[in-house]
Design a protein around this ligand. Structure first.
Ligand code: BGC
Length: 427
């Protein structure tokens, strides 16, 4: 619970985030759709119509505007624009132009993510980002995006959570293509940083002065038993793999990853104008159990089974600020059925942002994940991250009290204990 008033700078950005596959609906040409419908899938349910945001975006954006969102981070779905290699769909390009124009019309600043987990099936079938030779196709797509959307978008996120895409897909067998190969996972991660560098250049060629960054999944990584050498060693390795290697690569242009030779990546050190931090929780490691420890059940546990651990945001923000780049929290949020938990979650995490900002870090904005309840990957529609509730039967949108809480902060630039109280006592 916060105990003081926090004031944000006038130019601090408050926004919300979504991703195409999680909200648009009917994205049938990507690898996730295939994964959701595979016989032996580990996905709880298919994405189906999602939030039908593909058709309802105008009303959704008007609602975001009424709730004070100054910026909206969304992704463009490569598999819609290029469902078969080279077969570029003019109608889908036009669709996203209309989407971006709508945001402008409402005075919401668009932030476009080029790759948010999903791949066109044709690209996934040839190995996706695990194969260096495939990067050209992605670069071509980014070039096309810069060319067609560059006049409507200045803020670009190249790749969403490269470590999650690499590890969940290629190391832990959890996301498509469900492989378990440490070396392929590390190669994929390296390739994603190469892709970031190439794509940044492509976007910049169309949008001089563009703001470009990669958005990193960062977690608080801690030992289950701080006295245990084995746990501490595991933490050191997992912190390198999860957080440090990515930040170091952005700062130096060299990809250094445990157990692999260093790789200099052309253009990487100069590729970005900001870095995105996406933070949700802490993971503890217990060497005696061979890896992940159970969460601390004395803390509030979310619908994802994650601990609420706001204090873990501060160290990762410092780590990200160590890249020398301005930092935005491009995702932070909670899935919980009690909206008061969401209000406190937002307040406590914003307090960490403020703490690190007061230490001198260049922190410029905060995007809540997610604007609305959506398709939570393998969890399906169970977890509710939205500040806007979406009724799964009618698809009707209904802002939760936390959405109004967030709006008050965004409009005033102020977060006070009284405001938290107002939204946690009277709901
Ligand atoms: C992803 C989102 C996801 C969220 C909550 C991030 O890993 O970028 O797509 O829904 O976390 O799990």
């Amino acid at each position: 619970m916060i105990d003081r008033t926090i004031e944000f700078r006038k130019d601090f950005v408050f926004g919300s985030a979504t991703a195409a596959h999680q909200v648009e609906g009917d994205n049938r040409f990507n690898d996730w759709w295939a994964h959701e419908h595979a016989e032996e899938t580990n996905a709880a349910e298919p994405s189906g119509i999602a939030c039908d945001h593909y058709h309802r975006f105008a009303d959704d954006f008007a609602l975001f505007q009424s709730l004070g969102h100054q910026a909206h981070r969304m992704s463009i779905e490569w598999s819609r624009i290029e469902p078969r290699e080279g077969d570029v769909q003019a109608a889908e390009i036009e669709h996203y132009r209309v989407v971006l124009e709508k945001l402008h019309e409402l005075g919401i600043v668009p932030w476009v993510t080029i790759h948010h987990f999903t791949l066109p099936q044709w690209f996934a079938q040839r190995g996706g980002f695990s194969e260096k030779k495939n990067l050209d196709a992605f670069r071509r797509f980014a070039d096309l995006a810069g060319k067609h959307f560059g006049d409507l978008c200045r803020h670009w996120c190249t790749i969403n959570e490269p470590t999650i895409h690499a590890e969940m897909g290629f190391r832990f067998g959890y996301f498509p293509p469900r492989l378990r190969d440490d070396s392929l996972s590390a190669q994929t991660l390296e390739n994603l940083f190469r892709a970031h560098s190439q794509v940044s250049e492509a976007i910049r060629s169309h949008v001089p002065g563009a703001e470009i960054g990669i958005t990193l999944a960062m977690a608080a990584i801690e030992a289950f038993d701080p006295e245990s050498d084995a746990d501490r060693k595991m933490v050191e390795q997992r912190d390198a793999e999860t957080n440090a290697a990515s930040c170091d690569a952005l700062r130096t242009g060299v990809f250094r990853y445990p157990g692999r030779p260093d790789q200099e990546i052309p253009g990487l050190a100069k590729s970005s104008t900001f870095v995105g931090v996406q933070y949700y929780s802490r993971t503890r490691y217990d060497a005696s159990k061979g890896g992940f420890a159970m969460p601390d059940f004395n803390r509030t546990i979310t619908q994802m089974g994650w601990e609420i651990y706001p204090e873990g945001l501060a160290p990762v923000l410092r780590q990200a600020a160590g890249t020398g780049l301005p930092v935005y929290v491009t995702e932070n949020g909670v899935a919980h059925d009690d909206d008061r938990v969401r209000v406190e979650y937002i307040a406590d995490h914003l307090a960490m942002v403020d703490r690190v900002r007061q230490e001198g870090a260049d922190l410029r904005g905060y995007f809540y994940w997610s604007a609305m309840d959506n398709f939570e990957w393998n969890f399906g529609y169970g977890p509710k991250f939205g500040i806007i509730e979406v009724d799964r039967t009618t698809l009707q949108r209904k802002p939760r009290p936390s959405a109004h809480f967030f709006a008050e902060i965004a409009r005033s630039g102020k977060l006070t204990p009284g405001l938290v109280k107002k939204y946690t006592e009277n709901v």
